[in-house]
Design a protein. Sequence first.
Length: 557
Amino acid sequence: MDARTITAGLSVAPQITPQDVQIAADRGFRAIICNRPDGEGMDQPNFDEIEAAAARIGLEARYLPITAGKVGDEDAEAFGRLLTELPGPVLAYCRTGTRSATLWSLAVAKDKPVADILAATQAAGYDMGGVVRRIANGGKTPTDRADASFDVVIVGGGAAGIAVAASLRHRKPGLEMAIIDPADIHYYQPGWTMVGGGIFEAASTARTMGSLIPRGMHWIKSAVAAFEPKDNAVILDGCRVVKYKRLIVAPGLKLDWHRIEGLVDTLGQNGVTSNYRYDLAPYTWELVRGLKKGRAIFTQPPMPIKCAGAPQKALYLSGDHWYRQGVLDDIRIDFMNAGGALFGVKDYVPALQGYMNRYRAELNFFHNLVAVDGPAKKAWLEVKAPETAPRTVEVEFDMLHVVPPQTAPDFVRVSPLADAAGWVDVDPATLRHATWENIWSLGDAMNAPNAKTAAAARMQAPIVAENVADDIDGRSPTAIYNGYGSCPLTVEKGTIVLAEFGYGGTLLPSFPKWMIDGTKPTRAAWFLKEQILPPFYWKAMLRGKEWMVKPEKVTVR
């Protein structure tokens, strides 16, 4: 155990094990604080194990989990309270000890000189230079002055963020604009279904972020820690402050893999895969090709999720391959859906049900995956059907395709921008924030009741750009979003059911019925998905070319 002394009352350490708890007691520690969230690493014991080991020998233990790079002011205050309440000396730990050292530095900032804090942490081997401004500010995040200021700041460099940046750049080329995103690579995520079906190569769905940022835009390669809308400020990791006149929030959503017990430990092995990750989609195709007999399970978590049809797409393409290979009679397919319907818009259900019947897939509604044991090839699902008592069922599998639960990003969910469910709170027509008039949001992170798809972001981008431009010109927003989203459901290789719909399930087809009847499987829709949409995404949507998505305008008197 590598415990490093900060003060006489506190030492910090990298990850400890249950066996280290006895060593801590032998060294005189009387309490332990865990600052690492459970499930952060594959080799990490859960806090419950540490707490149980501590209880057996009379040590106090407390859980104050902190996401890496996101130590909030309230976290530091809570850490300070624990140091007051717990018997000392205290041992605090995280992955490396840095979060624990940072928490202490901010917790004592009101009472100790900055130089003393930096000296104590440096002596223990921790560099607090990234939070020195916060330490100097009494442990609080300063927003009174900015490290950088822009006319428009866009949070997120995904499909929505880059598309709206390009659209706004065309309308207002003279604006000083910045995109904030820490990623090096931008992914065409709609292509991962095709990767998992053996249609696309994974590499074709990735480009460098730098090659896609519109010319003239500043790229701030950093993660966002917090929003301070009252001060028109975005706080970055390390307490850097970026100020804005107008803010567009498009960070996407969070795939919560850890919410399914045992899943992270077995992803990419033991027959467990997911098309929701770039590195795992090829493994899906490997499993599909290799399976000749057995049981294949495809799961769908509770809504909202991005691309609600993606769980089914994986099933259809897999079933089609087994059908063409002549092995379908020896494979049982189960669709485990936490919801109560095959698809949320009833007009598309008959065609989809026909393919479920073709592949003889068992439909299991109100079944939510909660745990996986990969080596044992077992999964557990919680069943919550209406008017029945909840129960848990155990199933065995040879292949398991998992769609993880999904939430808004943590820095959005806990921010002043969020609604009660954690999503950015917007007007569903204008996509302007419900409270802060100089903030807009689009893509997966906001709470309008539309399908979370790339096609929805493609429609939303020019609407937000138009409304921001209107606001800059002193006008009320004039562009209206009708909730459009599209889900090309790959029911078999060469055929797609092209679902296009808006708010309330209203059908919003882009093509005449003689060309593509979206309620029926067509080869034309497959050609669109395979040949047209990928280059359209890279060369049109992300460059601000608004083909077929010109904003619907309203007259403001």
